[in-house]
Ligand binder design. Structure first.
Ligand code: GLN
Length: 191
């Protein structure tokens, strides 16, 4: 059985557990670096990226994840933590993806909204539903980064090998396909 950890130092955890269990994965919560042992993949949930980043450093989680051996799916704050570059910020990060991100990038009018995102790698006719909450987007990508989804021309979903990053919260909908993609295509392929 695939074992997926969910980083649980701060932020939304329960909904990811529900989705992963529905897909037949075994889940566990990650609060300390020891909790990473034996995992096939890890979800970095939304929350406050500055807080999560600081706690990851303090608990030694960053050191382990920076080895790049555990496939990671970062959503929202998780995307920010995966980025090498965070616009205007020196906050702690994992820096596992060659992407630059802008925090709270959709502005005050669009603090929280729901939108359908075309993700051809998953389906050519049925878009993914995403909930955006003070969401970031990607402003630039390096050569190894595959753009999987955009919204109004902004990159909101991308992948680099074992790392997958999304601006939005797929776990807050009934759409399981993005988590399934992570399990089957990212964790499963060991890319
Ligand atoms: N705005 C938050 C941050 O910058 C992310 C919001 C979220 O994860 N929903 O960390």
């Amino acid at each position: 059985m695939t074992r997926i950890g969910i980083a649980a130092v701060q932020g939304a955890v329960r909904e990811h557990e529900r989705v992963l269990s529905a897909l037949g994965a075994k889940t566990s919560l990650v609060r300390r670096s020891e909790d990473l042992a034996g995992l096939d993949g890890l979800i970095l949930p939304g929350g406050e990226s500055t807080t999560i980043g600081m706690l990851f450093e303090e608990y030694g989680i960053s050191d382990v994840l920076r080895r790049g051996e555990i496939p990671v799916f970062g959503t929202c704050a998780g995307m920010i933590l995966l980025a090498k570059e965070i616009e205007g910020s020196e906050q702690p990060r994992l820096g596992l993806m060659d992407i630059a991100v802008r925090r709270n990038a959709f502005g005050r009018q669009r603090e929280s909204f729901e939108e359908e995102i075309a993700v051809p790698a998953i389906s050519t006719d049925e878009p993914i539903r995403g909930v955006f909450i003070r969401a970031p987007y990607v402003t630039s990508t390096g050569a190894g980064v595959e753009v999987l989804g955009t919204l109004d021309g902004k990159i909101v979903l991308c992948r680099q090998g074992r790392m997958l990053a999304g601006s939005f919260h797929p776990e807050l909908t009934d759409d399981l396909r993005l988590h399934r993609y992570f399990l089957e295509e990212v964790v499963g392929q060991g890319a």
